[in-house]
Ligand binder design. Structure first.
Ligand SMILES: [Fe+2]
Length: 109
């Protein structure tokens, strides 16, 4: 059985071709002179995904059984925190770098 570091290394090595293909796709996509609206829509999709990840993991934590493994809860909490940071970072990309006048209204009050 592989230890965690060996397992991660194996996944990295086994999927190297996919990682390279993904990098090439991202490079090609962003090297094109895309209209701002398309870029904003692209990042809005990413932002929604990050928020959904955060919400789903948080619900899993909230609904965990009383006898749930504390270490697993700790790891899930860290992942929920990471997803919250990803959500904030993608949102900031849209707000600060992609909209000329910061005119996006995220939520109705
Ligand atoms: Fe994420």
């Amino acid at each position: 059985m592989l230890n965690p570091k060996e397992f991660v290394k194996k996944i990295r090595n086994d999927n190297q071709a996919l990682f390279e293909a993904s990098k090439m796709n991202v490079k090609e996509y962003f090297e094109n002179d895309l209209p701002e609206e398309e870029m904003v829509n692209h990042f809005i999709g990413r932002m929604v995904n990050e928020r959904m990840n955060m919400s789903e993991i948080s619900q899993q934590i909230a609904n965990a059984a009383d006898n749930a493994d504390p270490k697993e809860l700790e790891l899930l909490s860290k992942q929920a925190h990471d997803e919250a940071k990803h959500y904030r970072m993608v949102r900031e990309v849209i707000e600060k770098h992609m909209t000329k006048q910061n005119t996006i209204v995220w939520f109705e009050k």
